[in-house]
Write a protein that binds this ligand. Structure first.
Ligand code: ZN
Length: 96
């Protein structure tokens, strides 16, 4: 399976992940927050989703591995239930 080899802060709003197949991907942290895959976000109303859409100031506060398949990313808005599987992350890349 493709796993992150290296995760770094590319700039204030961008994470960089180097995957073990050598692919380098940049991730807009606001885009990651808006696409949070947790159950609470998946079930939220369109109005709540719009509120997230407007918050361009959100930033990660913590990134850690969850088992061998995902990263948990905590954000400055207090949200810390987003578990991004590596598969999800690969799909979310390439948006910049
Ligand atoms: Zn969420």
């Amino acid at each position: 399976m493709n796993t992150p080899r290296e995760i770094s802060q590319h700039d204030e709003r961008t994470l960089k992940i180097v995957w073990n197949d050598g692919a380098e991907r940049l991730y807009d942290v606001v885009h990651l927050r808006r696409n949070c895959p947790c159950a609470a976000c998946a079930e939220q109303t369109p109005a709540a989703a719009d509120k997230i859409q407007m918050d361009d100031q959100v930033r990660p506060t913590e990134i850690r591995s969850v088992g061998r398949y995902a990263l948990l990313i905590a954000f400055t808005d207090g949200h810390r239930t987003g578990i991004y599987s590596f598969e999800t992350l690969r799909k979310l890349s390439g948006k910049l």
